[in-house]
Design a protein around this ligand. Structure first.
Ligand SMILES: *Cc1c(COP(=O)(O)O)cnc(C)c1O
Length: 846
């Protein structure tokens, strides 16, 4: 073999002696380093003397992206060739978090790249920190979608995520004078190296107008839609790699654009401004994520967003299907569509429209295809959180879909009346239309009717759906109901977030746990090993020091890693009861003031989370946390024993630092209100102990970890229900519990508000008068449980033992388990092997 074998080609003009592999996407250290420097030069146009951290970030991202792309193309080619069934996950939110670190981890080149970076005297964390955190979601629901994509690819399942490419994601939260202030999240200001736009695959979306009736060739009356607006949906694909598989699935997000860049009529008539206005109007559809979590925003633009991405995605799926098939008869055998909550529920009507109006299916055949294709995940029990669109708004935007919904409802209710004669209660509750003074379309009912499978996201949640929220559907079709307890990906939430712990685990039990989290059980074997416990404890302390250093560096917040880190991070919501934790803080403060010489376990209470901008009580709770922090942190009587911190702008990146640094995880929602929770899982897998109620997945976490390793308090969902039925009087607790009275009085006296007694009165009034989330009823149990936590923390070695057992027993909460269940029971899809030959840039190897 000569040195000029075709595998080696020298393109370096400066040093003709260097041999460079032709394989420009090779994984060897030399090739990676070469690619990194090339991208710095040829993409960013800088050399090392001029490069900024962001230049390094972009160069590194392209280096990684190149290695994703041929796997990505090969994956898509294989799906097409083998005609496999594909899952498409429809979600208005994907809270992906930063891509660079995760993609390196999943491609298995994190360590090599880190060596290269360090040899160049750079710091990997500094480079990773340059990436804007893509916040295209509000909280748990959007993050679940992201974990599911990771698990689908890691299990080699054919899948596409479909959603919206919001130009502005969830707002950036700052705190000014203790109040939340929202700043727009301009995450696309700089280029996004992870997305590939595909303007050739744009899809037309129609809106507005009216319907007309006509007779088809067979003389049947048909309705068709005469829309008055057309916009374009442009797909942007983000490759989603599996962990150490060759599968790289697309996340396809749609951007709205005007169908013509200009209205030339207006332009030619001299109305340049009006011509441009239309273009801007179309683009508003994908402009911004609605920052509401668990409360619907009844705005027309929101419905436009939902229809926009659903229609684009269904048209895309149909187009893909018709490349290999003559018609859509086999559609449900090749496509499974999962609706993530009711946000994409208009898919029921849209798929019917496409089948009946565009593809000439009969109503009955179209309905069979639709219901076999769609499945629906419910995410909430709270009746006020269920989406309902006024018929007027809906009909203006989607007149044909309104007709379809009326027709579906007519046929459905006819059937219900024959199945259950004279059951008016059933009929009025199961109807797709709520007959109020203003008629409303019930999107959850539409989703249930149009789906072959309906699932809740934790065992309790699914039970309560069947007994309460969706009980009428459960009566009709008990066999349609499934439970799919949520999970999270151990790649992002352990391996990437907690490298120290990951190394220790792998050292002890090998690395099989990353693909099969049940293997973490093997750690139980080491729980009696004092040396192992010491290592575990030291890792927790190091993670706490890291968080402290980060908060000091980036937020100018000082905390002491030698105190207990007691943490609640999640969206701010009354049902999640951040303010119950505040009551406990004030209780401890009062105790320390009364008895300054008592023994106290030093604690740092950390909060993080965003409030919906229009949610008054949630914003007031943030202000209360900060007001209490202000007093407590500046009172020398409690210094070193009690500290309260609100960490601004909680997001996925901050989560990756916070979960591994927690001693205590606060999961204290009113029982029956939190559908599942996933933060609870991330904490526990990283060795935090949980204080929590019997709500959502807490119940299953406690079952797995063992009751003796979980701090349980509070009413059960049944007890909450019964108390309310009996007539709940929260002020009784105030009058009968001097301790609680002291806490409430502190707030209402203006002690935390510079003497202003009005400021927090809305919170006090609510607690005293109706207390819908039962803080008063759970208060004493919570305080007692917190005392037990402090007691347990005194025995650090035993605490570590409990933490190890928690982490070791969280196998169930890998999203791999969740996804494997969906695949088998709901989607009926199977893994696909993607064969990657040596990469050949000149085309396929034949
Ligand atoms: C996991 C996660 C959530 C969900 O937290 P819960 O405690 O389950 O409400 C919300 N936001 C972010 C950024 C997360 O990573």
């Amino acid at each position: 073999m000569s040195t000029l074998s075709p595998k080696v080609k020298n393109t370096n003009v400066n040093n003709p002696n260097i041999q460079i592999e032709d394989d420009r996407t090779g994984m060897s250290k030399e090739t990676l380093k070469r690619a990194f420097l090339d991208h710095l030069f040829y993409i960013q146009g800088v050399d090392r003397s001029k490069a900024s951290l962001r230049d390094y970030y972009v160069a590194l991202s392209y280096t990684v992206r190149d290695r994703l792309l041929h796997r990505f193309l090969k994956t898509i080619e294989t799906y097409k060739k083998e005609e496999v069934k594909i899952v498409s996950y429809f979600s208005a939110e994907f809270l992906m978090g930063r891509q660079l670190g995760n993609n390196m981890v999943n491609l298995g080149l994190y360590n090599t790249m880190k060596e290269i970076i360090e040899e160049m005297d750079l710091d990997m964390d500094d480079i990773i920190e340059q990436e804007p955190d893509p916040g295209l979601g509000n909280g748990g629901l959007g993050r679940l979608a992201a974990c599911f994509l990771d698990s689908l690819a890691s299990l080699s399942m054919p899948a596409i995520g479909y959603g919206i490419r919001y130009e502005f994601g969830i707002f950036h939260q700052t705190i000014q004078d203790g109040w939340q202030v929202e700043i727009p999240d301009n995450w696309l200001r700089f280029e996004n190296p992870w997305e590939i736009s595909r303007p050739n695959e744009a899809v037309e979306i129609k809106l507005g107008g009216h319907t007309e009736k006509t007779h088809d060739d067979n003389g049947n009356l048909k309705s068709f839609w005469v829309a008055d607006r057309t916009i374009l949906a442009i797909p942007y694909d983000t490759p989603v790699p599996g962990y150490k598989t060759n599968v790289v699935n697309p996340l396809r997000l749609w951007k709205a654009e005007a169908s013509e860049s200009f209205n030339f009529e207006a332009f030619n008539a001299g109305h340049y401004d009006r011509a441009v206005e239309e273009k801007m109007g179309a683009e508003t559809i994908s402009k911004v994520l609605y920052p509401n979590d668990n409360t619907p925003a009844g705005r027309k633009l929101r419905l436009e967003q939902q229809y926009f991405f659903v229609s684009a995605s269904l048209q895309d799926l149909i187009r893909i299907h018709l490349r290999n098939h003559d018609n859509l008869d086999q559609f449900p055998e090749k496509v499974a569509v999962q609706l993530n909550d009711t946000h994409p529920a208009v898919a029921v009507a849209e798929l019917m429209r496409l089948l009946v109006d565009k593809h000439d299916y009969t109503w009955d055949k179209a309905w069979e295809i639709t219901t076999k294709t769609l499945a629906y995940t419910n995410h909430t029990l709270m009746p006020e959180a269920l989406e309902r669109w006024p018929v007027t708004i809906f009909g203006e935007l989607l007149p044909r879909h309104l007709e379809i919904i009326y027709e579906l409802n007519y046929r459905f209710l006819e059937n219900v009346r024959t199945w259950f004669p004279n059951d008016d209660e059933l009929v009025s509750n199961i109807s797709l239309i709520e007959e109020r003074s203003e008629k409303l379309i019930r999107m959850a009912n539409l989703a249930c009717l149009g789906s072959h499978a309906i699932n809740g996201v934790a065992a309790l949640h699914t039970e309560l759906l069947k007994q309460d929220t969706l009980k009428y559907f459960a009566r009709l079709w008990p066999e349609k109901f499934y439970n799919k307890t949520n999970g999270v990906t151990p790649r992002r939430w352990i391996l990437l977030s907690n490298p120290r712990l990951s190394s220790l685990i792998t050292e002890k039990i090998g690395d099989g746990w990353l693909k099969n989290l049940d293997e973490m059980r093997k750690l139980e074997e080491f729980v009696d090993d004092a040396e192992f416990r010491k290592q575990w404890h030291e890792i927790k302390q190091a993670n706490k020091r890291d968080l402290a250093a980060y908060l000091l560096k980036y937020r100018n917040i000082e905390i002491d890693p030698n105190t207990m880190f007691d943490i609640q991070v999640k969206r701010i919501h009354e049902y999640k009861r951040q303010h119950l934790m505040v009551l406990e803080i004030i209780n401890l403060y009062n105790r320390m003031k009364h008895d300054p010489n008592g023994d106290y376990v030093p604690r740092t209470f950390l909060f993080g989370g965003k409030a919906a901008p229009g949610y008054f009580m949630a914003k007031l709770i943030i202000k209360l946390v900060n007001a209490v922090a202000d007093v407590v942190n500046n009172d020398p009587d409690v210094r070193g024993r009690l500290k309260v911190v609100f960490m601004p702008n909680f997001n996925v990146s901050l989560g990756q630092r916070v979960y591994p640094a927690a001693d205590l995880s606060e999961q204290i929602s009113t029982a029956g209100k939190e559908a599942s929770g996933t933060g609870n899982m991330k904490f526990a897998m990283n060795g935090a102990l949980t204080i929590g109620t019997l709500d959502g997945a807490n119940i299953e976490i406690r079952e797995e970890a063992g009751a003796e390793n979980f701090f349980l308090f509070g009413l059960t969902a049944q007890e909450v229900y019964d108390r309310k039925a009996q007539g709940y009087s929260p002020s009784d607790y105030y009058h009968n519990n001097g301790n609680l009275k002291g806490v409430i009085d502190r707030i209402s006296s203006g002690y935390f508000s510079h003497g202003n007694c009005e400021l927090f009165q809305p919170i006090v009034d609510q607690l005293m008068n109706d207390d819908p989330y039962m803080l008063m009823a759970d208060y004493q149990a919570y305080v007692d449980c917190q005392d037990a936590v402090s007691q347990a923390y005194l025995d650090q070695d035993n605490w570590t033992r409990m933490a190890i057992l928690n982490a070791a027993r969280m196998g169930k909460f890998s999203s791999d388990r969740t996804i494997a269940e969906y695949c088998e029971q709901i989607w009926n899809v199977e893994p696909v092997e993607i064969k990657i030959e040596e990469y050949n840039p000149n085309g396929a190897n034949n």
